[in-house]
Design a protein around this ligand. Structure first.
Ligand SMILES: CC(C)(COP(=O)(O)OP(=O)(O)OC[C@H]1O[C@@H](n2cnc3c(N)ncnc32)[C@H](O)[C@@H]1OP(=O)(O)O)[C@@H](O)C(=O)NCCC(=O)NCCS
Length: 281
């Protein structure tokens, strides 16, 4: 992309995504090696907003998404710039647009940042709340077949989730659970959702009363998955780290959970053993 006049960068709402737009957004995901699928983009567009920057030929060269999480918080994600358009102020511009959209609703803006994103978001007054690591495992034969699924008790699950996070995101959970290959694992001491991603299955959110209970859920979930697996675990979980290492998972990258302003919903973080994903909180 030719050098850009920053003031001339127009950020536009995507509206309902067409197949062509989904293809271009998917390209941004591939270029950054991320895991999101067309279903994820559809979720952002249906429950929140997707913003894009296009070049002169109408190619989408940058994206950002805003997802309301109940009345108090909103999640900013999918800040992606095509590699050939980086370093020209486009990422800053699309992020500022997403932040304006959140602030216009009076919600607290929250996000999970990659190291590159963290440097940018700090400039907008975001502070890290805690840190997490994406652990990955390669494809391998499944060790067991999934147990017949009990009814997922979504009301209970959503209530626990809201308590742990400090904000409610029932429509997001419903969307994740209702997908074709999604599964809900429910034990007496916690639950986990498993869904398909572009390159790996994703385990999360995983909420449990303690690390032992979380490890039992992870073992069951990972044991039934033949493909690659991602799970994003808070860094202050020493037993889970040990379990993940023993089970053949390796750290892929770190994220910082960040919020802007002192009034970020706190929740009960000790119950969160894996997040739904950096794009969903
Ligand atoms: C991070 C990203 C969105 C930045 O987009 P961009 O258009 O190149 O960013 P800008 O040109 O607007 O630069 C804005 C600021 O970002 C910071 N930044 C950009 N890339 C960075 C990197 N790789 N490492 C550290 N800081 C970086 C710089 O501080 C820059 O500020 P400066 O102008 O004071 O130097 C882009 O590199 C990208 O898509 N990366 C892959 C996906 C990703 O990590 N997204 C963030 C998700 S949380």
């Amino acid at each position: 992309m030719a050098s850009t006049d920053v003031d001339a960068i127009a950020v536009e709402p995507l509206g309902s995504p067409t197949d062509g737009a989904l293809e271009m957004l998917g390209q941004l995901v591939v270029q950054s090696g991320w895991n999101q699928t067309p279903q994820d983009w559809a979720l952002f567009a249906r429950l929140g907003s997707v913003f894009v920057v296009r070049d002169a030929g109408r190619r989408i060269v940058a994206s950002g998404a805003v997802l309301p999480m109940g009345e108090r918080a909103a999640w900013i994600s999918m800040i992606l710039v095509a590699p050939d358009a980086r370093g020209q102020g486009i990422g800053r511009r699309v992020f500022a647009h997403c932040l304006d959209a959140v602030q216009a609703t009076g919600r607290t803006a929250m996000l999970d940042a990659t190291p590159a994103g963290e440097a940018l978001y700090r400039q907008f007054g975001f502070d890290p709340l805690w840190r997490l690591t994406r652990w990955q495992r390669g494809a391998r034969p499944a060790l067991s077949t999934p147990a017949p699924e009990a009814a997922p008790l979504l009301d209970t699950l959503a209530a626990l989730d809201a308590e742990a996070l400090g904000f409610a995101r029932r429509p997001v959970l419903d969307h994740l659970v209702q997908r074709a290959n999604s599964r809900v694992l429910r034990h007496a001491e916690g639950f986990a959702i498993v869904r398909d991603g572009r390159v790996a299955h994703h385990i999360g959110p995983l909420l449990a009363t303690g690390e032992d209970a979380a490890a039992a859920l992870l073992a069951e979930a990972a044991g039934t998955l033949p493909g690659a697996v991602f799970v994003d675990v808070p860094d202050d979980r020493p037993l889970l780290r040990e379990w993940l290492t023993d089970a053949g998972f390796t750290p892929q990258r770190g994220f910082a959970r960040m919020a802007r302003g002192a009034d970020a919903p706190a929740g009960q973080r000790n119950f969160i053993h894996a997040i739904a994903g950096p794009e969903f909180g």
